[in-house]
Design a protein around this ligand. Structure first.
Ligand code: CIR
Length: 260
């Protein structure tokens, strides 16, 4: 991993306007009290993984503000503040930037006309897969690739713009460490993935592809037994979490935090 061990995470509970956020899901509106409960459980698990949490205040002007991952890409000593692809989400970066500043000696920015959502950025050791999506455009991807190159990291663009099911690259791809890559059945296949041991999900469990490896644990969405077994067989210690109210807003486990 870029960060061998994570120590901190930035999170923001869903706020009063949460149900007004962007979504393509047909599962109906989220229930805020349940979403808050699920968020509390998520924070508890992050703490059990050894992380100190910075909890940002909700901002009712930003219904999608709980999905903090999209607002930055973090490297040791360097925070890249993104420019989210959805205009309704642009203002979320301000409070995130302020909260990250004490921890990062350098801050860089994705600038117009570029857009990047952190959910499109998948770090695999010292290499980054950058999703080109409805949210991350070519200018943003190129800006980020250049920043990464100057910081000593390689990157590969992965075009998911033709996908009807993946909002972000990490909706379908997660790196677990030890060269293991989780792929949803609808994730793109590119040659570079052949360098990894691939764990491919069955279509009914694709949502679970967005999982989160932290300090020797793997957080997974509850209710995906085939994937949970596949992880256990490989010796992973899994921590299942009910994600129903985030799934309704197209969110997953990685989206809810920035880890560093
Ligand atoms: C959005 O559409 O922007 C939010 N409702 C969901 C963002 C999920 N973020 C992520 O996958 N990194």
């Amino acid at each position: 991993m870029i960060f061998m061990q994570f120590r901190h995470a930035l999170v923001r509970p869903p706020g009063t306007s949460y149900s007004a956020g962007l979504t393509n899901s047909t599962e109906g509106p989220p229930d805020l009290p349940r979403a808050l409960d699920q968020h509390r459980s998520y924070c508890d698990v992050l703490r059990r993984c050894g992380l100190d949490l910075t909890v940002l205040a909700e901002e009712s002007a930003h219904p999608d503000g709980t999905f903090v991952e999209d607002t930055a890409v973090l490297l040791p000593g360097l925070a890249v503040i993104s420019r989210p692809g959805a205009t309704s989400r642009r203002g979320e970066t301000r409070s995130v930037e302020a909260a990250l500043r004490p921890y990062f000696s350098r801050m860089l920015y994705i600038v117009e006309p570029g857009t990047v959502d952190g959910g499109d950025i998948c770090a695999a050791d010292d290499h980054f897969f950058i999703g080109l999506s409805a949210r991350t455009n070519e200018s943003g991807a190129r800006q980020l690739a250049q920043i990464l190159k100057e910081a000593g990291y390689g990157s590969t663009l992965v075009d998911i713009r033709a996908s009807k099911t993946l909002l972000h690259l990490k909706s379908g791809i997660t790196y677990l460490g030890d060269r293991q890559l989780v792929l949803s059945s609808d994730a793109p296949r590119i040659d570079s993935f052949e360098r990894y041991e691939l764990l491919t999900l069955i279509p009914e469990e694709n949502y679970a592809a967005n999982c989160l490896a932290i300090n020797g644990h793997v957080l997974i969405a509850e209710g995906y037994p085939h994937f949970a077994d596949a992880l256990r067989r490989r010796g992973h210690e899994i921590m299942p979490l009910n994600m129903s109210e985030f799934r309704k807003m197209d969110g997953g486990l990685t989206c809810l935090s920035l880890r560093f």
